[in-house]
Design a protein around this ligand. Sequence first.
Ligand code: TXA
Ligand code: MG
Length: 388
Amino acid sequence: MAKLFPPHGSGGASPSRRHAAQHSRQHAAINSGKKTTAFQCLGISLIASNRFVLLSKIDNSKTVFSNSMTTDEQIQNAAELLKRGELVAFPTETVYGLGANALDPIAVAKIFELKGRPKFDPLIVHIADPNQLSDLVETVPPLAAELTEKFWPGPLSIVLKKKPCVPDIVTAGLQTVAIRCPQHPVAAKIIRAADLPISAPSANKFGMVSPTTAAHVADQFGDSLHVVDGGPCKIGVESAVVSFVDSDDGSPRLLRHGGVTQEQIETVTGPIQSKIHEESQPTSPGQLSRHYSPRTRLVIAEGVAAESLCEGADRVGLICLAPANAADSFVACEVLSQQGCLREAAANLFSVMRRLDEMDLDLIVAEAVPEQDLGRAIMDRLRRAAAK
Ligand code: TXA
Ligand code: MG
């Protein structure tokens, strides 16, 4: 797990020291298993474990906790809300999604409204079974079928020509649609119970860091949103997006690095061209140069020592892949993976960005990670967080 180092030296309760103390108090509360009133301990309970499931009752706006894994009743409640055209935030293996009935334009409009998302950004449609793909798209090229066979359910979205039943608001007027079949059992059960395709962007305000716990979602949207807690997301970065409509000859293009890596995709497609860094008229908001952003300025140490980027800033936080010698020079150091494992690092990335962002720092320095496997998605998210 990522680790927060208190600042070195003794005496004086600096803000960062206070933050670290607060942090450990939270953990103490979590470990004691104490449970106080729902809202008093909202953050703590949700961060604490997968055991707590948060879901608003359908006919009552009060949020309730259940001290068990997600129950059939809670799945049914979430599905019922979706069928009624309401929004539900739910876990997927990548990040938490903000779901609505993809076939109901008014329900989908609520997503754009709540997220503050520009309407030119199309949404991914989530299905519970791979064979529902043909209900939503005109044709499935053989290579796309091979990809879905190998990686679904899982963190891969594919873009194909849409059928007329997919409303324009979902696709931002494009004649194409991105489809994904998530692996997370709670996501799959909710979609299956609703018996509907579900549009779901990441459950964060537009441009901000994506949520990987139910507490992250609750922090952004408060009581206004129904959130199903399925614990922390295992992958931690969004799905890879592969398009079959962005080339003249129908060959695939990688639009976003994500949970299924380029190397894995290429085992099926052979070498794949990417269309990731276009800045004007992106087909994917993940392609906007600034995205996934903390409020604090972030710079990437690539080919230079992290300390060399601290000049002129008093309170600097460090993000590093593995435990770093440079940690002493920083007010806080977040280690993405004790073993330097890229998969674990991806799972921790957004939580780490959020924690540092809450510390009132002048600057966050992120050490570059190797650009291979999930390192590509990590560097992509860091570059967009660093873009002006
Ligand atoms: O892992 C994920 O994909 C998560 C979870 C919740 O499933 N969802 C997610 O959605 O990241 P969102 O809206 O934050 O990102 C969707 C990406 C965007 O980059 C969007 O532009 C792209 O998919 N996309 C959607 N429809 C598209 C289309 N028709 N053509 C090209 N890109 C599309
Ligand atoms: Mg997003």
